[in-house]
Design a protein around this ligand. Structure first.
Ligand SMILES: Cc1ncc(C[n+]2csc(CCOP(=O)(O)OP(=O)(O)O)c2C)c(N)n1
Length: 625
């Protein structure tokens, strides 16, 4: 069944295969992907769409001498298979297993570690320039999707590359999809190009036409073939990439190996920047994924026959709670609008988009634009709720600072996937947002301990009339109403348990762990105070100082990097008030990029669960910490 795949250990093995055999290999790879990803979960649809492209790239180019760069990197599974990692696919995205994104420590063929989109052309251009300066000879090839192309930095890079003379090959993998249907003017432009005749057909037509010219036809075509830009055969006017200075080749059927190999060989010989526009189908070859490419974009373990995911949680996620509450707020307040940067489903806004189409904006993968756009809406009287994953909001730092906070306008940042996110790893953990927001003037930062607090905070933020950020984690929304159901003073700290031995300030997701630890510690006759630190900024100084009067041993725990987080604020407060007898221990993520693995495994590994808390409490009380 896996006649060709079994023998595939490195890109060089492709040389021995005919195109027909490579097509058989493509089918084997698809079966392999469906089988493996159904067990581990992962980015299936995007990878099924690039099987032929990955084979063609590794046939035409000589990796790692030639550099292949994957934008986002979620579509690099086939590349991983070709470069000798098929046997490791059982461990895909698992703790200590292979990553779902390119990783330099995994393979010499992974030369750039992506995860956040739209950076590939910039990186590729940098590599091409370095090659030229060093007087070296190899190709730099960048693969970017039509979704990733909606990110502003991609245009900055195309603008720059089009102006340079360096050889750079950009493959635009156009499947008409971002995670959902792709949006925007460029998407329309690509559609116009796609509907024009294919590259090969155009070339054949031109050849026939020229050959009809008596006597001179043959030599003219021959000369054209020799000319570097003779392979621009499309008859569409005003191709944006040509206007920017690229040679445009396309559109090409991205599932036709023969055409792909042909056009890539041509691209290799073009001097200057060249863009190859290929058309693919997301989810190609697996009907379930072809029908629902968005659901199979990133999916948990599933039944490969039915396509149904195995562990369907009955609990709603925080994203669901957010989406539902926002619809309620929009019913009540006509000023409420919602914005997403290409993550309509992931952020829980799908229903909102249907119910309030005029008040819903998917701006594409354009987080910076989203923030400035929200500023404009707020300056003209709207209340924008901007739902972005913590890790992607990093892109918008300057816009948050200079547009939202400087103008002091009511933009509400609904920071989804805040904290550790699990299997997507280093590039996706949302563990920096408290640190990159904590010092911004005018901003309020909140973190709910459960779903009811999230709802209360959304209402609070709507009425605040100032910038506000609410950070909430990935996964099932907790219900901690049995611990406390006081949602009135949502911008004040909340004391959950009282004890004299030690005090824990816990932020967001960590409140439950701290509370559970406090209950376990009772069995050791240790009584601690647990505080729900639901307002991170402005710091509830008076309340914290009051608590510190009766506690000399203090732990702060937050699902954020320790540097610059809530713990740093408490530490600074202690220092400012010269409370030298306070012993503070900060718990949070260490100063490094955290690897991939399930959230529970990472919590355990880094002591970020109730056991880790208990250990620290006991060590502090025993004077060992
Ligand atoms: C800056 C940033 N924002 C959002 C995302 C989330 N994201 C991952 S893949 C993707 C869609 C990419 O679409 P495309 O480039 O066309 O690739 P496809 O999956 O369609 O092959 C999005 C929005 C991201 N990775 N980076």
């Amino acid at each position: 069944m896996t006649k060709y795949l079994n023998k595939l250990k490195s890109p060089g093995d492709l040389e021995t295969l005919s195109e027909q055999e490579m097509e058989l290999l493509a089918s084997e790879i698809r079966e392999f992907l469906i089988d493996k990803v159904s067990q581990t979960g992962g980015h299936l649809a995007s990878n099924l769409g690039v099987v032929e492209l990955s084979l063609a790239l590794h046939s035409v180019f000589d990796s790692p001498k030639d550099r292949i760069i994957w934008d986002v990197g979620h579509q690099s599974y086939v590349h991983k298979i070709i470069t000798g990692r098929a046997e490791k696919f059982e461990t895909l995205r698992q703790l200590e297993g292979i990553s779902g994104f390119p990783k330099r420590e995994e393979s010499i063929h992974d030369i750039y570690e992506s995860g956040h989109s739209s950076t590939s052309v910039s990186v590729g251009l940098g590599m091409a320039k370095a090659r030229d300066i060093n007087d070296e000879d190899y190709s730099v090839v960048v693969v970017i999707g039509d979704g990733a192309l909606t990110g502003g930095i991609a245009f900055e890079a195309l603008n720059n590359a089009g102006h340079c003379t360096s050889n750079l090959i950009v493959i635009l993998n156009d499947n008409e999809m971002s995670i959902s249907q792709n949006i925007g003017g460029i998407s329309r432009h690509l559609n116009r190009l796609r509907t024009a005749s294919s590259y090969r057909k155009m070339k054949d037509k031109l050849k026939k036409a020229i050959y009809k010219i008596p006597k001179a036809g043959g030599p003219i075509f021959f000369t054209l073939e020799k000319m570097r830009d003779a392979i621009k055969y499309t008859l569409v006017d005003g191709i944006i990439f040509e206007e920017l200075g690229f040679t445009y080749l396309g559109p090409v059927d991205g599932h036709n190996l023969h055409e792909l190999i042909y056009v890539l060989n041509n691209a290799k010989n073009v001097s200057g920047p060249v863009l190859v526009h290929i058309h693919t189908k997301k989810g190609k070859g697996y009907l379930n994924a072809e029908k629902e490419p968005d659901r199979f974009h990133g999916i948990g373990p599933f039944d490969s026959e039915t396509g149904e995911v195995h562990s369907k949680s009955i609990n709603k996620t925080y994203s669901h709670i957010f989406g539902e509450k926002l619809m309620q707020l929009a019913e009540e307040n006509p000023k409420v609008v919602a914005i997403t940067a290409a993550m309509e489903d992931g952020t829980g806004l799908k229903e909102f988009s249907k119910r309030f189409p005029d008040k819903f904006f998917d701006v594409g993968i354009a987080e910076q634009h989203a923030v400035s756009f929200a500023t404009g809406l707020a300056l003209n009287g709207m209340i924008p709720f901007l739902a972005i994953y913590s890790t992607f909001l990093q892109r918008s730092y300057d816009q948050i600072m200079m547009d939202v906070c400087l103008h002091n306008v009511p933009v509400i940042f609904c920071i989804d996937r805040a904290g550790i996110v699990g299997e997507d790893g280093e590039t996706h953990h949302g563990i920096f947002d408290i640190s990159y927001l904590n010092h911004l003037p005018n901003l309020t930062i909140l973190a709910p301990k459960d779903k009811y607090e999230l709802e209360a905070m959304l209402t609070f933020a709507m009425d605040l009339n100032k910038p506000c950020a609410i950070r909430y984690p990935r996964g099932s929304a907790m219900d901690l109403s049995h611990i406390s159901n006081n949602y009135k003073d949502i911008n004040k700290l909340e004391i959950l348990t009282k004890g004299e031995d030690l005090c824990i300030f816990a932020v967001g997701r960590m409140v439950k762990a701290a509370f559970d630890a406090s209950q376990l510690l009772k069995e050791h006759k240790i009584n601690i105070t647990v505080v729900n630190a639901r307002i991170i900024k402005p710091l509830d100084e008076a309340a914290i100082l009051e608590i510190l009067k009766s506690h000399k041993k203090v732990i702060v725990i937050e699902d954020n990097t320790k540097i610059g987080g809530f713990g740093s604020s408490v530490s600074a407060l202690i220092h400012k008030n010269s409370l030298n007898d306070i012993h503070l221990y900060q718990m949070g993520w260490p100063d490094k990029y955290i690897e991939h693995g399930s959230i529970a495994e990472l919590d355990r590994r880094y002591g970020m669960d109730e056991k880790g808390i208990m250990k620290n409490v006991l060590e502090m009380l025993n004077g060992r910490k």
